[in-house]
Design a protein around this ligand. Sequence first.
Ligand code: SAM
Length: 247
Amino acid sequence: MTWAATVYTLFPAMFPGPLGHSLAGKAHDQGRWSLEVRDIRDAASDKHRTVDDTPFGGGAGMVMRPDVLDAAIGPDDERPLIYLSPRGPALTQSRVRALAAGPGLRLLCGRYEGVDQRLLDARNAEEVSIGDYVLSGGELPALVLLDSCVRLLPGVMGAAASADEESFSAGLLEYPQYTRPADWRGRVVPEILLSGHHAAIAAWRRQQAEELTQRRRPDLWQARPVATPHGLGAGRAVTQPIERTTR
Ligand code: SAM
């Protein structure tokens, strides 16, 4: 079954944007995912096609009307409705994996000061943030979320570029990557990578990934799954801090 995305937006021309290119564009052309873009303004009922109004209680800006959004979204289906919002929990790779494994997504892109709370409550919308900063609309976050999901769909990345060793896959950042030339302006590739010794290379990469994660993202390091006698637990270091080799 095709993974199906529907986007509700006041700026339909912003889609598919970057998702029409590269991996996502090719996967779309191959029918691995579909994209439907609905213009929220089409659901407005007055001659000015009004979608927003002033906030009750006063304050700056405008708020998107619940009745118009409700009509734009139409009947619910089995796909989660996600409202891109700086107030939501930050998007994580594990949430992306879960969403990519489902039937698809419905994405509501806010504008102005956001969306009337009653619409979010009535539709049981999940709020998702792409970071602790405020953008002018939900369209870029929707593209980010879609890209992160689509690349994980079966057959999209292919065997050569597996997601298994990427950043966050085991609660770690990815190890540093190198390619030709082996010596570039006197900067040489770590000797181990030229050894052909697969087990030693895997151990080196793991060590580098752990070191990077400890140094750059102590929050991830503390929360990563670790082996215990009872299976996987979280947050207890089993590896000693590693000597720093990568910035
Ligand atoms: N008044 C809102 C607040 O302070 O939380 C911000 C509204 S913002 C100007 C307009 C829209 O951009 C939001 O409704 C949301 O859809 C989107 N948006 C802005 N920043 C975002 C972020 N970090 N993650 C996800 N969506 C975001």
